[in-house]
Design a protein around this ligand. Structure first.
Ligand code: PEP
Length: 250
């Protein structure tokens, strides 16, 4: 069965609650496309109003992060049950900004992935190499190490539902995009790795996004590649352009 494309916006630390609702309204008609799953991953404080504003639309809501514990004395954190109760369906895990600025490591991210699945959330698990790693020729080796560690103990049935976002760090927010061939090569490498770690059916089912300055101008070429099943989009998700990315096939 063909994998359905999934286009997710990562709003990062942008949009107050009222601005968030205004953006949902602005994009409402522009992001209609039955052939694509559309997700807005929004700041924690925007989740409740965005879930409300997207009711009855084709847009699902995601969180940008969560903690792996169920509840308790973890000041400032948000739990999976809180997200589920609020109507969240997806959660970004291990974005490079969280790995870098907030020192999230693979041991922590593995716990988050497992908790997300145990709670009924779909993780969007991010991986990607730095410019230095690409220049040193260790891109695939690095990404394999991330995925193997982040998925330790995760079942094939869960991995079939997983979304992996391949995001070269040097392409995030820089306006530099990986070429479609570079992105395809790594996404195929990730799919081959999933086949090795699990089996062919799991590799066939897992959805792999590309992220890194994807926009209305380059989405169609990237999304035409056989192993690129969608996009994780930062900057271009905050404007009308996002509708053009979602409708890359029209
Ligand atoms: C991201 O934040 O995941 C991302 C890909 O950002 P941008 O599209 O702005 O490069």
């Amino acid at each position: 069965m063909a994998r359905k494309k999934i286009i997710a916006g990562n709003w990062k630390m942008n949009k107050t609650p009222s601005e968030a609702v205004a953006l949902v309204e602005e994009l409402k008609d522009l992001v209609k496309n039955d052939e694509v799953d559309v997700v807005y991953c929004v700041p924690a404080i925007d989740i409740v109003p965005v879930v409300e504003a997207t009711k009855g639309t084709n847009v699902a809501v995601g969180a940008e992060n969560m903690y792996f514990e169920e509840s308790g004395a973890y000041t400032g954190e948000i739990s999976a049950p809180m997200l589920v109760d609020a109507g969240v369906k997806y959660v970004i895990i291990g974005h490079s900004e969280r790995r870098d600025y907030f020192k999230e490591d693979d041991v922590l991210l593995n716990k988050k992935v497992k908790k997300a699945f145990a709670s009924g959330l779909t993780p969007i698990l991010c991986c990607g190499e730095s410019l230095e790693q690409r220049e040193d020729g260790i891109t695939m080796e690095w990404i394999k190490s991330q995925i193997i560690a982040d998925l330790a103990g995760v079942s094939a049935d869960d991995v079939k539902k997983l979304v992996i976002a391949y995001e070269p760090i040097w392409a995030i927010g820089t306006g530099k995009t990986a070429t479609s061939d570079q992105a395809q090569e790594v996404c195929k490498g990730i799919r081959d790795l999933i086949a090795d770690m699990y089996d062919a059916a799991t590799a066939e089912a897992v959805r792999i996004q590309y992220g890194g300055s994807m926009n209305a101008g380059n989405a169609a070429e990237l999304l035409a590649k056989p192993d690129i099943d969608g996009g994780l989009i930062g900057g271009a998700s905050l404007k009308a352009d996002f509708g053009k990315v979602v409708n890359y096939n029209k």
